[in-house]
Write a protein that binds this ligand. Structure first.
Ligand code: G3H
Length: 491
């Protein structure tokens, strides 16, 4: 077992002596009483007092914008981040192993998550150099010489989700840091142990108080932080409800800058002339990569009634070809699920759809074994079913037949979410005509390809309950800073 009893506060790695919370791996072992989750280790169950200590450290290091970090030159901050990247690279093997054990992410995907995080940081440095070069130019206008400077916002609270505990924490933490903010990092409950190997890298690369770590039950420790009114930036990736609670806890929400990546129910629309094999391959990847646990996943598929039978046949065959097993096994894409009783929730969704007239089309679909859930392809799905509305965040694939393109568009108009859509078809004229109505519902229209976040230079955001603010390598730099002006009279 790995006991993550250390935490980083004000530049010191301290040993936690209080209550701890057990970390259960999604990987199970068999007992006479059924499958039991492997105990992986534990992490500190911190309380309000520790949350306030982390906040104090970050507030002190920021020192109302007078601290060492917020006043440091961009070039020097970049040097600190570069040092951090070198140190973090040393932790690759350990972090990858923990991604597999803690959240059940397949080996190849775990490596990708680590490498993508490093690439993101390197690209951020390049983007910042460019931003700084462009914005530091002097402009003379009506006798005033102006220079625009990007300045930090204050103290940022950065919280990532369990499905990308490393990568998505860093997509907000890194831009917050490099723009001169001081930070508190609260890792998700699943994917917390992998922050242990990073503590020394943080401590040795940044001045005291610039990065502070906080562990525990988010519901208990983060609302008091927000209620203090001293958090200037909330960077949260997770559920829309939790984001709401956090924002409402702030006494002066108008002073709070937020960067939120929230829920989504991205549809795929398969037109009658679509290349069906391509559509199936992309929808399989879109709905089942990492067991469907991606905010960018395809979570409902509308297929034209002329081609739906063929689509379902190809789709169930493709599910049968997917590797099912432990994260470290070769060619595996379906792995155990980390969330407590996730298999129970998914089973409920399937049963509810069956009661309302849908069927599980693929062989063994919906079968549960410990923390494994075999993908369930559900058809025909309609609006009376929970799976039509709820973000399943797991391997359940609802398929809805349609006759008129207005039906899937209406679905998007009425949806509380608005992140992405995938559109499959061949007729370019018809595809082009659909782009405008679709892009006005979401923030990314994928033509003949799955929904996804990357490449990270592309803007990543959403409408309605799906997101606030835009995250991409360069957009994030703007999200965590403010544009200021130094203006001098031309003499
Ligand atoms: O869970 C949401 C992630 O942002 C998904 O990212 O599309 O790169 O897998 P991805």
């Amino acid at each position: 077992p790995l006991h993550q009893t250390d935490y980083l506060l004000n530049g010191e790695i301290l040993a936690w002596k209080g209550e701890v919370q057990e970390v259960l791996s999604p990987v199970c072992f068999a007992t006479s009483g059924g499958a039991v989750r492997q105990v992986l280790g534990s992490f500190p169950l911190m309380g309000e007092k520790e949350a306030m200590a982390a906040l104090d450290a970050a507030v002190t290091a920021y020192d109302s914008g007078r601290g060492l970090w917020p006043t440091m030159s961009v070039a020097d901050r970049i040097t600190h981040v570069q040092e951090f990247i070198w140190r973090m690279k040393e932790t690759r093997d350990e972090v990858v192993k923990l991604l597999m054990w803690e959240i059940g992410k397949p080996l190849v995907e775990s490596r990708k998550e680590f490498d993508r995080t490093i690439d993101y940081m390197v690209d951020t440095i390049d983007a910042l150099k460019e931003l700084d070069r462009v914005s530091s130019r002097f402009v003379i206008e009506q006798g005033i010489i102006g220079q625009i400077r990007r300045a930090p916002l204050g103290v940022a609270l950065s919280m990532g989700p369990y499905n990308y505990p490393l990568n998505e924490t860093f997509t907000t933490l890194l831009p917050a840091l490099i723009m001169g903010n001081t930070t508190i990092v609260k890792p998700p409950r699943h994917g917390v142990l992998l922050f242990q190997p990073l503590l020394r890298a943080f401590r040795d690369s940044f001045p005291p108080g610039v990065v502070n770590t906080l562990y525990g039950a988010g519901r208990q420790i983060t609302p008091p932080l927000m209620a203090s009114g001293k958090v200037d930036v909330l960077a949260f990736i997770g559920s829309s409800k939790a984001a709401d609670t956090l924002q409402k806890a702030h006494p002066r929400p108008h002073r709070l800058r937020v960067s939120l990546g929230l829920e989504a129910k991205n549809p795929a629309i398969v037109l009658p002339d679509a290349h069906l094999r391509l559509a199936v391959d992309e929808c399989i990847a879109g709905s089942l990569a990492f067991n469907g646990q991606r905010c960018t996943g395809i979570k409902i598929i509308f297929v034209h009634e002329n081609v739906v039978d063929e689509f379902l046949k190809l789709f169930s065959r493709a599910i049968g070809n997917l590797g099912f097993g432990m994260p470290w096994e070769c060619a595996v894409s379906l792995t155990p699920l980390p969330e407590t009783d996730k298999t129970g929730y998914l089973t409920e969704l399937v049963k509810d759809a069956e009661r309302e007239g849908a069927e599980v089309i693929n062989e063994a679909g919906g079968m549960v074994n410990g923390t494994f859930f075999y993908p369930a392809l559900l058809y025909p799905v309609n609006e009376r079913m929970r799976v039509y509305h709820e973000e399943q965040f797991g391997p359940v694939i609802p398929v809805v037949p349609f006759k008129n393109i207005e039906d899937p568009i209406r679905y998007m108009v009425e949806s509380p979410y608005g992140q992405q859509v995938s559109l499959f078809g061949r007729d370019r004229k018809q595809l082009s005509a659909l782009i405008d109505p679709l892009v006005n519902q979401v923030c990314r229209v994928n033509i003949n390809s799955q929904c996804q976040r990357g490449p990270d230079i592309f803007p990543f955001t959403g409408r309605k309950d799906s997101a606030v603010g835009t995250l991409s390598v360069s957009d994030a730099l703007r999200a965590f800073s403010i544009r200021t002006l130094v203006a001098a009279k031309d003499q």
